[in-house]
Write a protein that binds this ligand. Structure first.
Ligand SMILES: [Mn+2]
Length: 308
């Protein structure tokens, strides 16, 4: 039995309300309800459920690409069996599941959970494929602390942990606008590239995408982590740590549609906190992020074995 069967339990709801043909589509959705280190508005453990629920209300046609994602619906693998209170063990499950999926040539799409889950998935991809992976993170926060509240495995340290694995030149942050002066100093010392949310508003999606494509051309593979707080709280109120002056969905999709291609080996969508999600609009947007991302990758010729 493969390891991922041990660490996953099936979910009664599936993404899009269907079960994709795993022979045709290489996308695998996994829920990761890790919610252990949130320091403010916890509740991310409910997000895999609410994102799946809201996905069922969305139309699957992507107008930017002309791709109907229903034709390439992901296979929903269920949820990682999180050991609540034990982050280290939970991340080892995430790592094992991602390593297993990637070794089979599948493309994991993780529905968080808190941002810490990216450390598990990057470790799994690192083990399966090596270090030659670029990490693109969309986040209001730098998450670049060495430790936070005494923990190294914390949502506030995610990008720092990933940088330790992949190297600073393999990390790029979009939408940054919330960090300590020590984090800013460390980012500069390490030479980590970033564009602030103000930069994105000033430069526009096309120029930001050009910079990201320049960055990712140095790696064989791309992993994309989307912290939903990169969006302005007006669009995504239901997150653990909302931060004003964020991006619009149109700007974010404008960047992602020019950047995501067949080099993508993994995606996560994190930090939705359903108890604070008025009208479930943040969950709907998170589901839309997954839908559009699938469309961009399919449009570039990635992650599918046959067409309808
Ligand atoms: Mn964040």
């Amino acid at each position: 039995m493969s390891l991922r069967k041990v660490y996953l339990s099936p979910h009664t709801l599936t993404f899009l309300g269907t079960q994709g043909d795993p022979g045709r589509t290489l996308f695998s959705v996994i829920g990761v309800p890790l919610d252990s280190t949130s320091s403010f508005r916890s509740g991310t453990r409910f997000a895999p459920y609410s994102i799946r629920l809201m996905s069922q209300s969305l139309e699957t046609m992507s107008l930017r690409t002309g791709i109907d994602v229903e034709d390439y619906a992901p296979y929903d693998e269920g949820n990682v069996s999180i050991s609540h209170g034990n982050v280290d063990l939970s991340l080892r499950y995430v790592e094992a599941v991602c390593e297993d999926l990637v070794r089979e040539g599948r493309l994991p799409i993780l529905l968080g959970g808190e941002h810490t889950i990216s450390v598990g998935s990057i470790r799994g991809i690192f083990k399966a494929l090596g270090s030659d992976t670029c990490y693109l993170v969309l986040d209001a926060h730098a998450d670049y602390r060495s430790e936070y509240l005494g923990f190294k495995l914390s949502h506030a340290c995610t990008t720092r942990r990933v940088r330790e694995l992949l190297g600073p030149s393999n990390v790029f942050i979009i939408g940054l606008r919330a960090l300590s002066k020590d984090e800013l100093r460390s980012l500069k010392v390490d030479g980590v590239r970033y564009v602030t949310s103000i930069d994105v508003l000033r430069l526009g999606a096309r120029e930001v995408a050009r910079r990201v494509n320049d960055f990712k051309s140095t790696c064989s593979r791309l992993y994309v982590s989307i912290d939903m707080d990169v969006f302005d709280p007006a669009y995504a109120p239901g997150v653990t740590t909302p931060e004003p002056e964020g991006l619009s969905p149109t700007l974010v999709f404008g960047v992602l549609s020019r950047v995501l291609d067949k080099s993508v080996v993994g995606i996560d969508v994190v930090e939705v906190s359903p108890p604070y999600d008025v009208g479930m609009i943040t969950s709907a947007l998170a589901a839309k992020v997954v839908l559009e991302s699938i469309a961009y990758i399919v449009a570039s010729g990635g992650a599918v074995t046959s067409h309808p």
